[in-house]
Design a binder for this molecule. Sequence first.
Ligand code: ZN
Length: 119
Amino acid sequence: MAQRPPLHRPQGYRLKREGGRGPRNPEVAKVHNSVRWQRLRAAKRASNPTCEDPFAMHESSGRVVLADQVHHIVPIARDPSRAFDMDNLMCVCRACHERLERGEQPKRVQEGGGGRKCS
Ligand SMILES: [Zn+2]
């Protein structure tokens, strides 16, 4: 396993802020803390329990990986109106979600209208 390089933090960096991942858009926190989001996320995961494999890394290893996270394809911070849009959600495993959150571009781009969907 590759180890991530240690994060460089400026002096006085507050770890506990908004879940320890640095400053967050309050809109994002509001969505994540809402009952509506908890329900939608549960429904999404129930409809598709496996990782959508955006980087095609599970496919190449021939494994099916359970999704334990739900990712916003268009980030809430960019378009809060799509925060609860089922079509804007993607079921992913932790490893894929971390890559997405780091800004890596998925190999599979979900395009609107009749593309590959959770079944
Ligand atoms: Zn995955």
